[in-house]
Design a protein around this ligand. Sequence first.
Ligand code: NAD
Length: 269
Amino acid sequence: MGLLDDRVAVITGAGRGIGRACALTFVREGAHVVINDVDPEPLAEAQAACEAVRAGSATTHVGSVADRAATDELMKLAVDHFGQLDILVNNAGVTRDKMCHLMSDEHWDLVVDVSLRGTFNCIRSAAPYLRDVAKAEMEHHGRPIYHRKIVNFFSTAAIRGNPGQVNYTAAKMGNVGITRTVAQEWARFWINVNAVAPGFTNTRLTQPKSKGDELGVPEEQRQATLARIPMGRFGEPEDIANAVLFFASPLSDFITGQELNVSGGMQIP
Ligand SMILES: NC(=O)c1ccc[n+]([C@@H]2O[C@H](COP(=O)([O-])OP(=O)(O)OC[C@H]3O[C@@H](n4cnc5c(N)ncnc54)[C@H](O)[C@@H]3O)[C@@H](O)[C@H]2O)c1
């Protein structure tokens, strides 16, 4: 018996890092997953890793969460391929760091479109399969048959504020607003909406950055962050995936509109 037996999950940005770890964790717990990413190659690797755990457990969708047509297609794929949609994990995110006075419109728009609009797009595109299905169950059975789940992402860096990330921190805190609002709008349909804030976690976003790299964090800043983590290590994608699993599973059926920091005890702010 797994915590997610008979459940179907869409996980965005699941080609790498935390999203991929969520996909593998969910498959190990019995779920079927539709994994999305803009990059087809890592996505195919993630699918192969899921299939190695359980054949037939994963299908892929290539497209951007910033594009409403793509998110409509993504949610429909879950239902066409696996028959239903129960869990949505809004993990996709990007960074393009610059101090506020140097931030370009292009980098503001990219980060906000992926990390904030992407969450909104996915939730709206999932509404027919989460909200409307639960509503029909209420009409037939007096209540929804089970809880459906949305897990959003924000960031401890966003809670604290982080020099060089005005676009990212604004987008990520916007996800807290979405979480608290949709949690209230959809509680009567037994759709739980919660959010996780990873602390500094070992992925492509936080790898040591050399001059000219688009992604990553300068080594000096990595070490300063490490010194603030009482547990003395960075997070691993699996640490975050375990918290996402909690919010995706029946263990959290009476919890909604909440945020959880997964940061090795780092005090915020
Ligand atoms: N790593 C950390 O320390 C950390 C800390 C706080 C929050 N987060 C958040 O965790 C989430 C996962 O980040 P990660 O560290 O695993 O990063 P990552 O770069 O390893 O993985 C993110 C994935 O999202 C994909 N992606 C980018 N744009 C996309 C789009 N428009 N549509 C669909 N997919 C897209 C990327 O191709 C990539 O595979 C993000 O929301 C990030 O902001 C990470």
